[in-house]
Design a protein around this ligand. Sequence first.
Ligand SMILES: [Fe+2]
Ligand SMILES: [Fe+2]
Length: 468
Amino acid sequence: MTIDYSERIPNNVDLANDRALQRALEHWQPKFQDWWGEMGPNDFSGADVYLRTAVGVDAQGWASYGAVKMPDYRWGIFLAEPVPERTIGFGDHFGQPVWQQVPGDLRSQFRRIIVTQGDTEPASVEQQHLLGHTCPSLYDLRNLFQVNVEEGRHLWAMVYLLHAYFGRDGREEAEGLLARHSGDPDNPRILETFNQPISDWLSFFMFTYFTDRDGKFQLKSLAESGFDPLSRTCRFMLIEEAHHMFVGETGVGRVVKRTLEVMKELGTDDPDKVRGHGAIDLPTLQRYLNFWFTSSMDLFGSEVSSNAASSFANGIKARPDENQYADHLCSEAQFELETPQGKESVSLRNAMNEVLRGSYVKDCEIGVKRWNMQIQRAGFDFRLALPSARFHRSIGVWVNTPVDPAGQLLPREQYDRQLPEWLPSDADQAFVRSVMQRIVQPGKIAGWIAPPDRGINNLPVEYEYVRL
Ligand SMILES: [Fe+2]
Ligand SMILES: [Fe+2]
């Protein structure tokens, strides 16, 4: 099943043989392009960007690389190969053949989940709309644009499902995905994290590390879905997503590396002195981490959720890597939940959001460990840490609870007094913005971040990844 690039909409879903669907999507396509032109990185429309484009759907050798002007990027519809004889791997329909159409009674539940996932994709492009102007290097600029065009493609992935399987309602939802805008007071994006502006590159790296990783776990759960086209779409999106995780992890790692160089040079970890030298001190990194981690934790929803239970029961959304578990029904099992009132036992199905969040936290820890190894090797005592899952939560049982990053309950007034020490202050943000200066000479890099260890697709670091 190869990708047909001779079509107006590149695809591997045999669009040419479904005229009505093809027409509907060709009708949506110019609206997408208008949206990209208005809300995307439009000041760089004329630049040649060294981008990868999908040429197949196997994990190996699936992409080709070359200079592309972003408005000419070939966004399309790519599903992973079907798994022959696939059966539903969890919930009440366990063992039954997967569905090629959405079961009538599950339509609105499936639609809501697809729309919510779809909404995050263009939202992130909007959040990063102006970031290109302050890029630390052409290498980073290229990575930003690669992430942006792929989030645009992920929007296509969800819009395809809406158009192909949800009739008129689906077409209306597809319009809605272009009508809501990040941070728009009248018509905001569905999830709050996607209404936060990303106006500096430290936030971008934290976002791609923490918030894109939420996306990874949502996609992993949906890749298990009983609705096979959704599963196949998500499996291919995960292949693209891996690069976004890489951008986040190496991005933060390179900031840490540069900060450590400056600390060594100056022989001090004094934040003011580090800042005076144009690097971002580690306590500030920790505060940015606290913000983006806790905001991303909220994306998984409430710890106890009847919605999550019914999604699992109905074969819509499983746990990530459902295969790792022995019990795929979870109809009897209980889950021990920590609440401000103490331990509480809830049905495992009702706690699925919390199970997903737990897997996410484990995955987040991997990068933090690597960053701390760098700090340790450089001979400094400071350690970055994920704050407690109870800290600074806007959703769930810990909402509005005065808890410090270590998870300890505090008297309310002490918490209110200390909170600004744990999150980026206006002064932190102003400082971080002040070091964001645009560097666009090939091979040059801003003073607050170390160069990458290697370039893209075996090219040298100093390659001209974006020709402005
Ligand atoms: Fe995405
Ligand atoms: Fe992503």
